[in-house]
Ligand binder design. Structure first.
Ligand code: ADP
Length: 494
């Protein structure tokens, strides 16, 4: 197959930055398509039109979508993603699937009718294509919300010539979130009882939207090589490890990149002082500004940051365990996040108890996140598991040294710093033990407090590292070709 061929890709995601974001999926969906367009491919994005998305958009058309025995209206609206690359603006068309009943709500997820909302979204995405006169070579699906697309395409639409040779790729950004619903949601998807089978959509007595994608997509991948291996084991497999091993020949790992224009310490308008590897000394102006914003004493003590969903996955129980010891150091700690009440209350409590050292902002705040990435010296990610992790990539981009547990994408992107050889870009621990996290923090603090040049070199090295999409976007192109080849083979043998 011609690897130079310009591909037509439909990228489908339930969240896309800057329109709607709860985590790393939005960052990927808002940046990978731009990197692919930059390579000359025709990429379009599809996502739900949530209530709070208020960018200018053009209404294209509407059509009825069958959900169980009812018809619901899908309205397709169009806007675009834009980024300045060099002297040019790259644009990616974004198709918003609108339906007031399903998406005109204050937040993205966790509603009683989740199975119905995303059954509607998946079917609408497939059915909007002829109206757009866009026949993709590959539909690139992401996470459970888009899982049903592959099964619907193969089992219901393949008889229509337009859809016959569209290949599918499913990217798993987090295997923990599976979209499992009672058996009767098969009706919403227009699938018969026959699909309630362990080889199809049945998953421990329920129907799994993620499994629908994992079984029926031509090719599957996850967001780092290590996580692609880990999820084939019972420890990380979230009860899907058997299926992962079964599909291991079709399972790939591609590490995420970040958008170099969106996350650029030299141009970022959210931070106090812009800087790069040639002006490392300016970075500390951002620390002073952050200290003021967070009502902490202003000074040169090391500052550790954490920006995260506050959930068990992120290894926060380890931090809880060692927090008392950690704050005995001459250090400041800033956390931005929301999630489980247990962790929200813990950090609020710590901020009250140690007002000179700890500051907590509970909530979602994108500009403050940038200020933390830019202002801190170190960034914590002691995750129990981490498919890829964007926090450590963004922090490296801002010269903030990550302290991480070696799992998933953290293991693939952060290497332990050795003060003797001066190799490594962060501080890494392996076993999920609180003492190991404390040890990694102490090692970082000791390098910070040692020779100034050593820490500055570490920061400069981080600022110079390439964590853009340049390598990984090419890997995705290869994967699209593999998916297309597999699809063609299947059609020929049918
Ligand atoms: P996950 O996808 O598991 O949430 P990632 O590290 O892959 O974790 O991506 C998290 C993304 O969400 C990063 O861009 C991070 O900066 C951002 N983020 C997480 N929590 C917040 C918050 N409370 N406010 C602003 N940005 C946040």
């Amino acid at each position: 197959m011609d690897q130079e061929k310009k591909l037509k890709i439909l990228f489908v995601s339930s969240e896309v930055s800057p329109f709607a974001k709860t985590g790393g999926l939005a960052d990927v969906a808002g940046s990978l398509p731009l990197a692919l367009v930059e390579m000359g491919h025709d990429v379009r994005i599809a996502m739900p039109k949530y209530k709070f998305v208020d960018c200018p958009m053009e209404t294209r058309f509407d059509f009825p979508v069958l959900i169980a025995d009812r018809k619901e209206t899908a309205i397709i609206r169009e806007s675009h993603l834009e980024a300045k690359v060099g002297d040019f603006y790259q644009k990616v068309p974004v198709y918003f699937v609108d339906n007031y009943q399903y998406f005109d709500r204050d937040s993205l997820y966790c509603f009683f009718d989740e199975a119905e909302r995303f059954a509607f979204f998946c079917r609408a995405v497939i059915e909007m294509l002829p109206g757009l006169d866009f026949k993709p070579d590959v539909i690139h699906c992401n996470d459970w919300q888009t899982g049903p697309i592959s099964v619907l395409l193969k089992e219901q639409y393949a008889i229509i010539p337009f859809y016959q040779n569209i290949a599918t790729l499913l990217t798993v950004h987090n295997l923990h979130y599976q979209g499992n619903y009672p058996k009767d949601c098969l009706e919403l998807l227009g699938l018969t009882e026959e699909y309630f089978h362990p080889d199809k959509l049945e998953f421990f007595g329920e129907v799994s939207y993620l499994k629908a994608g994992l079984v029926y997509a031509d090719i599957i991948n996850t967001v780092s090589k290590t996580y692609a291996q880990e999820i084939q084991t019972p420890e990380y497999g979230e009860r899907m490890d058997g299926l992962m091993r079964k599909r291991s020949h079709d399972l790939y790992g591609i590490v995420n990149g970040i958008h170099y224009c969106e996350f650029d310490p030299l141009t970022d308008s959210c931070i106090m002082t812009n800087f790069d590897h040639q002006s490392v000394e300016k970075k500390k102006e951002n620390k002073y500004a952050l200290q003021k914003t967070m009502h902490l004493p202003v000074g040169d003590m090391p500052m550790v940051g954490l920006v995260s969903r506050l959930v068990d996955q992120k290894g926060l129980d380890l931090l809880e365990e060692i927090f008392g010891e950690f704050v005995k150091n001459d250090v400041q700690f800033v956390v931005l996040g929301s999630g489980d009440k247990r962790y929200e209350n813990f950090f609020k409590d710590m901020a009250k108890r140690h007002p000179e050292k700890v500051a907590a902002y509970i909530g979602f705040n994108a500009p403050l996140a940038q200020q933390i990435y830019a202002g801190c010296d170190m960034f914590l990610m002691p995750s129990r598991f981490e498919p890829c992790g964007l926090g450590q990539l963004i922090s490296l981009r801002y010269g903030t040294i990550p302290i991480v547990r070696a799992t998933g994408g953290l293991a693939d992107t952060v290497t332990n710093y050795d003060p003797v050889t001066k190799k490594g870009n962060g501080f890494v621990f392996k076993a999920y033990i609180a003492g190991n996290l404390l040890n990694a923090i102490q090692r970082a603090l000791s390098v910070y407090g040692g020779e100034t040049d050593q820490w500055t070199d570490l920061v400069r090295g981080a600022l110079q590292s390439d964590i853009s999409w340049s390598v990984s976007a090419k890997e995705y192109i290869k994967l699209y070709h593999i998916a297309m080849k597999k699809k063609m083979k299947m059609i020929r043998s049918a």
